[in-house]
Design a protein around this ligand. Structure first.
Ligand code: SF4
Length: 384
């Protein structure tokens, strides 16, 4: 599918403003657009109105303008691997295509610390900078398991460990009978460097209960990130969209993130995650179109004015759609990934074996007339 994308990558800020003001939709949305042009915060009602704009070219102009002010034409990626210690899970989220219940464990996998180290060792001679570790939740992979795992990883290699969502932190804290702060402190001492953004799903209680009931609540998810940020650490935030939620639910979700970010400034990137409907309890729910995907990126960029980075997670979206998202406010393509990641391939993503070389990732970015920048997990550019 091809969309008409304004080719404005080489334009100055004033040329971009002129294009926005001269667009036929300007008069209809002037009060919102003027806020965006003047770098003022838009309201929840404004975000909802933006979701109802059908002209994608205008949303692209606005989101690309807001992104340009923050990041110019720079698009980041990193060299990372993902390791999922298990896909067996005590929870049973309706949207999840990947997990197996403990009683179905013959269909799943459960790595030991040694297995995980062996996976990592395959990359000993490659310049990866990050290992991303998250997966199902099981009693065997408790606090002591992760403390030992992180220590062993650090002993083997100086690499950034980005691991464990609040879903996992909540579970292992409860099992260890420790507070979130105590658990995070122990994990930090063992080598945990930052936290990924998963497990947020959708914060609205009614929808969350329907699709992800039983696991950590919205308040717990936010509290774990708050504590982590107050320790001076960084994390990301996601939103699972395109299932049974409404635009109002998405705005509510982003409002809670924007408020926490105002308080802590600890989030690095916002990552919209598209609901995929293969092999899960919600296979009857149709997936949204790419038009909705792009709209969602644009509104996220415009509403989350205190998030520096908006990530198009190509393993979930598909590489060409992720490339298109670079014109709707996204400025990060995540990483080369290169691993056994199954979370999205099992849910029906077109990326069945998600792995890209750095050359391929850079090519995707250059084709968008943007500038590829390899980064570490904390967005420091890497010069090789
Ligand atoms: S989404 Fe996470 S917590 Fe929910 S069932 Fe899947 S692996 Fe378990």
């Amino acid at each position: 599918m091809s969309l008409i994308i304004p080719n404005n990558v080489h334009q100055s800020i004033s040329e971009r403003q002129e294009l926005i003001i001269n667009h036929p939709l300007y008069s209809q949305y002037q009060s919102i657009v003027d806020k965006i042009l003047n770098q003022q915060r838009i309201s929840d009602a404004d975000a909802l109105a933006l979701y109802h704009i059908h002209d994608l070219s205008y949303l692209s102009l606005l989101a690309d303008y807001a992104n340009y002010l923050k990041n110019q034409n720079k698009v980041y990626y990193n060299r990372n691997i993902h390791i999922e210690p298990t896909n067996i899970c005590v929870y049973s989220c309706a949207f999840c295509s990947y997990s197996r219940l403990i009683k179905q464990k013959e269909e799943g996998w459960q790595y030991t610390i040694e297995d995980i180290l062996n996976i990592l060792k395959k990359y000993d001679h490659q310049p990866i900078t990050e290992v991303h570790i998250t997966g199902g939740v099981i009693p065997q992979q408790d606090l002591n398991f992760y403390i030992e795992l992180f220590k062993q990883i650090k002993k083997h290699r100086d690499i950034h460990i980005k691991a464990l969502t609040p879903v996992e932190i909540h579970y292992i804290s409860k099992k260890a009978k420790l507070s979130y702060a105590e658990t995070l402190e122990k994990l930090m001492e063992a080598g945990l460097d930052s936290m990924p953004g998963g497990g947020a799903e959708i914060f609205n209680k009614e929808i969350r209960d329907k699709i992800a009931g039983g696991k950590c609540t919205t308040e717990q998810w936010l509290e774990i990130h708050r504590i982590w940020h107050h320790k001076g650490k960084r994390s990301n935030a996601t939103m699972l969209y395109g299932h049974i939620e409404t635009y109002e639910h998405r705005v509510e979700h982003m409002r809670l993130l924007r408020e926490l970010q105002d308080e802590t400034a600890g989030f690095q990137a916002f990552i919209p995650l598209k609901f995929r409907n293969k092999n899960n309890q919600m296979s009857n729910v149709p997936e949204v179109s790419i038009v909705e995907d792009m709209k969602n990126y644009a509104v996220a960029r415009l509403y989350l004015d205190n998030f520096q980075h908006l990530k198009a997670y190509w393993a979930m979206l598909g590489r060409h759609n992720a490339q298109m998202a670079l014109h709707f406010g996204a400025n990060d393509l995540d990483g080369t990934i290169d691993d056994t990641t199954k979370i999205y391939s099992m849910a029906g993503s077109e990326e069945q074996h998600p792995s890209m070389t750095t050359e391929e990732i850079e090519q995707l970015i250059l084709q968008s007339k943007k500038i590829p920048i390899e980064r570490d997990t904390l967005y420091n550019p890497i010069k090789r």
